[in-house]
Design a protein around this ligand. Structure first.
Ligand SMILES: NC(=O)c1ccc[n+]([C@@H]2O[C@H](COP(=O)([O-])OP(=O)(O)OC[C@H]3O[C@@H](n4cnc5c(N)ncnc54)[C@H](O)[C@@H]3O)[C@@H](O)[C@H]2O)c1
Length: 252
């Protein structure tokens, strides 16, 4: 049955993809988003990728009045409003609508901006740390299932691809799909304070209860990403970000 759904952070990366999916399902979608400058730039207006059928309320989730207004007539809420940085992400999500030149977005976007500028990706530690890269379309699939599968209210599920890759491997694959296999990553041996050595999730509960099946392999996600990168301007701001981390004592 069609529902009226609120997505907080609905103008962001995951929220806007979820909105597309819910509209396809026949739902009505409202987004509450403060169009935070770190994501949308200063003096920004409604992002062009946000589906025109999404009702956008520009407001802050920390403002009870804005939240009360946004909740009027709503059947279900997805909460994605957050101030996001790489250090806060548990895993990296492979897809576009990630700002390519923002060094605080996912590691794959950072590698891509380095490689497209003919610079080697810079890798912390020894590069053998494991990560799970999940496609945003699989995250959206899980969100949809959480709405549709009966009896899961109050449950918590890990959502990831279920596949682990070393960061070295991810850099090499990214260079390959961009046609720049000759660019080898530089292993810095530096450590970022608070980084987890291996980071991946057990998705068995989501598989058995929600019927979640990750569909997009890393290679396929990277090919899709490379397609989107054509025609994008990639400013390499990694050096500035690294200097900032070092100045704050966040790398050793
Ligand atoms: N993208 C990833 O790789 C990834 C990985 C793991 C977890 N997550 C988590 O998923 C969530 C959403 O991530 P995303 O990639 O869509 O981020 P995003 O930055 O693209 O979207 C977040 C949205 O929230 C909005 N926002 C920020 N503060 C707000 C506030 N106070 N009130 C209203 N809106 C506000 C921003 O304007 C933005 O549109 C976050 O909690 C993030 O930590 C993301």
């Amino acid at each position: 049955m069609s529902k009226h759904i609120l997505i907080t952070g609905g103008a962001g990366f995951i929220g806007s993809h979820l909105a597309d999916e819910l509209l396809t399902r026949g739902d009505r979608v409202r987004a509450l988003d403060n169009l935070s400058p770190q994501v949308h730039g200063f003096n920004c207006s409604r992002p062009s990728y946000l589906h025109p059928d999404v009702e956008l309320i520009v407001g802050d989730v920390r403002n009870p009045e804005a939240v009360r207004k946004a909740l009027k007539g709503i059947d279900a809420v997805y909460h994605f409003a957050a101030v996001v940085g790489v250090g806060q992400s548990m895993y990296e999500i492979v897809n576009y609508r990630q700002a390519l030149s923002n060094p605080y977005t996912g590691v794959l976007a950072i590698f891509a901006s380095r490689i497209l500028n003919n610079n080697p990706p810079l890798i912390f530690e020894d590069g053998y740390q494991l990560r799970d890269f999940v496609s945003v379309s699989d995250v959206v699939q899980a969100c949809r299932l959480a709405l549709e599968v009966p009896g899961v209210t109050g449950s918590v599920f890990n959502i990831a691809s279920g596949q682990q890759h070393t960061v070295r491997e991810a850099a090499a694959k990214m260079a390959k799909v961009l046609g720049k296999e000759q660019i080898q990553p530089k292993i810095t041996g530096n450590y970022r304070v608070g980084d987890v050595r291996h980071c991946f999730a057990d998705i068995s509960l989501a598989q058995s209860i929600l019927g979640y099946k990750p569909r997009v392999k890393l290679e396929d996600g990277l090919i899709e990403l490379a397609g989107w990168l054509e025609g994008q301007v990639a400013h390499d701001r990694v050096a500035e970000a690294r200097e900032e981390l070092a100045a704050r004592g966040l790398t050793v």
